[in-house]
Design a protein around this ligand. Structure first.
Ligand SMILES: *Cc1c(COP(=O)(O)O)cnc(C)c1O
Length: 432
């Protein structure tokens, strides 16, 4: 197996053999597959195995891989040179597209979601003159030091409780609260109200599995922030331009002070952004005094890929993504029910995940990080490997959303339905 020999070479030159921990197979066992190409809804590995891709590069590939119009736009851009370190028209157009789709007045382009949330926090602290930040357990906002406390995603997958290298001083101003818990938020504001610069939350969390906000939770957060002179930061790096044209904002319409974007808006290249109210954004350098910069920010190739992707992501595309996602959820539920595998499927628009829980307290709904943590992980591992063997690539972790692309067609859905038969059986064979 060539993936195995590449993994050995990779492990010799990079820690754990991967350049981002979520790509490792530690939680499910086995060797990560090294991909060589993608086409539509499929990806192909070095051994020539082709998989239906339900990771989509962890979100960006909304239109599927190697979309002809995106590739053509990128190739044309590359032939004009790859970076100038000056402003370009494409970044203006991408900024205009983001401003048109979302409630932000102004945006600043950066290169990763991590940079976006890091910069938004700095701006919130600069704008309010306050230090403390509220975040929620199970929400991931990139590997920003101050936000790595109980950070979901790769951090839970690997069972790392805190992160060595992040000093206590760095997280001393981070208040971590249980998600969907209004009383905990009120208590934190009662104690620290005039010290809190911002509340940051995933608009609809997808990094502990999909755990949507309870009714009014985001509206409650926005109001609590306003009442206390703090800023409400909605992290839409995962949901932005994926769930609807305007992300989760298009679902609940709660107006944040600042927002962060990434993933889809880069069309498979490193591009991200943060944005918000004009009066807050104007405090950024060079207009204001809060410094933030990037050599490759607004890179002409990345912005062309993102702009072309967003322009192709029409209402019809979002309608198709919703339909595809619902079909897949139904197929998974049917297969698991047939084999008697206990589970809960939760969705936020076209994002969804399958929780392999034996039972849920009361409501049958996973509301927070503790609920997501109650999964029977070996059952997911068995399911994952059976799916992989049958040609379906899922996130190699029980704590991740599944991502659909607009390239998934009826043939792919039929393949998926067949793959689910042995996978549900494999999950059923694992005793708790
Ligand atoms: C992926 C993600 C990030 C981090 O983005 P990177 O580009 O990986 O740095 C931040 N917030 C959320 C909600 C994400 O899903």
């Amino acid at each position: 197996m060539q993936s195995a020999s590449l993994f050995e070479r990779a492990s010799a030159v990079t820690p754990g053999g991967v350049n981002s921990p979520v790509r490792a197979f530690r939680a499910v066992g086995g060797v990560p597959r090294f991909m060589t190409s993608g086409d539509g809804c499929h990806i192909t590995d070095v051994d020539g195995n082709t998989y239906l891709d339900l990771v989509c590069s962890w979100g960006p590939m909304l239109l599927g891989h190697a979309h002809p119009e995106v590739i053509a736009a990128v190739q044309a851009a590359v032939s004009r040179g790859t970076s100038y370190g000056t402003p370009t028209q494409t970044e203006v157009e991408l900024g205009e597209e983001i401003v048109a789709r979302t409630p932000v007045d102004k945006v600043r382009l950066v290169s990763s979601g991590t940079e976006a949330t890091m910069s938004a926090l700095r701006l919130a602290r600069g704008a309010t003159g306050r230090d403390k930040i509220v975040k929620f357990a199970g929400c991931y906002h990139g590997h920003v030091d101050a936000l790595l406390a109980q950070a979901g995603s790769g951090v839970i997958t690997l069972g790392i409780p805190g992160t060595p290298g992040v000093t206590e001083a760095t997280t001393a101003d981070t208040i971590v609260l249980p998600y969907n818990d209004q009383a905990a938020v009120s208590a934190a504001f009662a104690q620290y109200g005039d010290l809190i610069a911002a509340v940051i939350t995933e608009a609809s969390p997808g990094n502990m599995g999909v755990v949507p906000p309870a009714d009014n939770f985001n509206a409650f957060l926005a109001k609590t922030c306003t009442d206390n002179g703090a800023l409400f930061i909605s992290d839409e790096v995962m949901t932005g331009f994926r769930i609807t044209k305007s992300g989760w904002y298009g679902v609940d319409g709660v107006q944040p002070d600042l927002m962060t974007f990434g993933k889809v808006m880069g069309g498979g290249f490193p591009a991200a952004a943060f944005g918000g109210r004009a009066d807050i954004m104007s405090q950024l350098a060079p207009e204001g005094s809060v410094y933030q910069a990037g050599t490759l920010s607004g890179n002409p190739i990345a912005t062309m890929a993102g702009l072309t992707t967003l322009r192709l992501a029409t209402d019809d595309v979002y309608a198709k993504l919703d339909e595809t996602s619902l079909t897949i959820q139904r197929l998974v539920a049917t297969a698991l029910e047939k084999e008697g595998v206990p589970h809960v499927i939760q969705a936020a628009g076209n994002l969804f995940s399958v929780f392999f829980v034996d039972s849920t307290e009361g409501s049958g709904v996973i509301r927070d990080f503790a609920g997501a943590g109650a999964q029977v992980l070996p059952r997911f591992a068995a399911f994952f490997h059976a799916m992989l063997d049958a040609g379906v690539y899922l996130p190699p972790s029980a704590f991740e959303a599944w991502f659909v692309s607009a390239a998934i067609d009826d043939d792919a859905l039929a393949d998926l339905e067949s793959a689910l038969v042995p996978a549900a059986r494999a999950a059923a064979a694992v005793q708790n």
